[in-house]
Design a protein around this ligand. Structure first.
Ligand code: AMP
Length: 367
């Protein structure tokens, strides 16, 4: 992308969004607020994002003819989830500006690449070992021990493609279930809490991050994000610094989510503040940043659009306390009947209610 600060996209430009889920939908709504047009590229004709913009292309993510047609209609291209073929993003990069870049996508969709990137930048993570066969699994268990987590290196989300293992028997069973793609064995982190930081960087290198959120997962799916997180100032500052470091190292443009485990320090460590281990990075607007819609001057969706258009970033200041709650599966049914003032609902308009499917979220604010 051009680094020329004068090349801000004009109001009325067209933003191409790859992916038509709720994140694409909310990005399109924010783009409209900023006077931008959007076009959604998604293979699923029932995509929630199609409800909010008239412009769409329904095609597989690797259809180069359709991607070319899409690129011709766009001034800038972005994406709303990371399980996309990197080759498609590289293909688009030759045609139009794409943000975030394909390097960030490629790193974040492969757990091994992601861990190596973090280690190279001296960012702490859980111990891990690559597992490509049964022999490597045995070696990995010797190195990491139990309890540990066996995960597929790619295509994992919301707890899919991962098993906690505590014995040889469980290890064998998990391996049988997950084998077929490369795996990674991670030490189980006895974390005190999970937090995340959503950070934005624009083409000119301006960086802004939102307050850390404290996240609770149920069945590996995010259930609530609470802000402020119950962490001390030093930990908050460290998390912010790590998030800023990551977007700098990736020459990143757009919004990125960083998930952390907060753990107790070793009893004999001289520094007795909490230790932060990065669990995962996501090159997109993030579920744990939805609270910004109700509590910040600029929310993460607007921030992402501003960043990729090379507009000045907005103010991430939080002006109230907030809890974001995901409504999953049939929790959405009748939720509109129980709304109270102080609740800001976001229903995604998904046709089919399915177990484990994110259907809506509600931001609940307080002083
Ligand atoms: P992930 O898909 O890696 O983000 O994992 C989803 C969730 O599983 C995390 O948010 C944690 O709650 C849990 N988890 C994943 N990896 C570990 C680990 N190494 N130790 C403890 N919990 C984990």
């Amino acid at each position: 992308m051009s680094k020329n600060k004068s090349e801000m996209l004009a109001i009325g430009s067209t933003i191409g969004i790859i992916g038509g889920g709720q994140l694409g939908r909310m990005l399109a709504l924010s783009a409209a607020q900023l006077g931008m047009k959007t076009i959604i590229f998604c293979p699923d004709e029932n995509s929630p994002a199609f409800d909010v913009t008239p412009n769409k292309i329904i095609a597989p993510y690797d259809d180069e003819a359709e991607l070319t047609k899409f690129a011709k209609l766009c001034d800038v291209i972005t994406y709303e989830f990371e399980n996309l073929p990197v080759s498609s993003i590289k293909f688009l990069e030759k045609l139009k500006p794409v943000a975030p870049n394909s390097r960030a996508l490629s790193i974040s969709q492969d757990r091994i690449k992601e861990k190596n990137f973090l280690l190279k930048n001296e960012i702490k993570i859980a111990n891990f070992a690559l597992v490509q066969n049964e022999e490597q699994l045995k070696q990995a268990i010797k190195k990491i021990g139990y309890k540990s987590v066996l995960k597929t290196t790619t295509m994992g989300y919301d707890g899919k493609g991962q098993r906690i293992i505590s014995s040889d028997e469980e290890a064998k069973q998990a391996f049988e279930e997950l084998k077929g793609s490369d795996l990674v064995l991670e030490a189980f982190v006895p974390f005190e809490k999970e937090i995340s930081v959503v950070v934005a960087r624009n083409i000119g290198g301006q960086v802004r991050d939102f307050d850390a959120a404290e996240n609770i997962h149920e069945n590996h799916i995010l259930k609530t994000s609470t802000v402020p997180a119950n962490i001390d100032k030093i930990t908050a500052r460290r998390a912010s610094r790590i998030a800023q470091q990551i977007v700098g190292a990736l020459d990143y443009v757009g919004v990125l989510g960083v998930e952390f485990f907060v753990t107790k320090p070793d009893a004999n460590a001289t520094d007795q503040s909490a230790v932060l281990l990065v669990n995962e990075i996501a090159p997109r607007v993030h579920n744990s940043g939805h609270w910004t819609q109700a509590a910040c001057i600029t929310n993460q969706f607007e921030q992402h659009i501003r960043a990729i258009c090379n507009w000045p970033l907005g103010d991430p200041t939080r002006y109230c306390n907030v809890v974001m709650e995901n409504l999953i599966g049939d929790e959405v049914i009748d939720a509109h009947k129980n709304l109270e003032s102080g609740m800001q609902p976001h229903f995604y308009g998904k046709k089919d209610v399915r177990k484990g499917r994110k259907m809506a979220h509600i931001n609940i604010v307080s002083d």
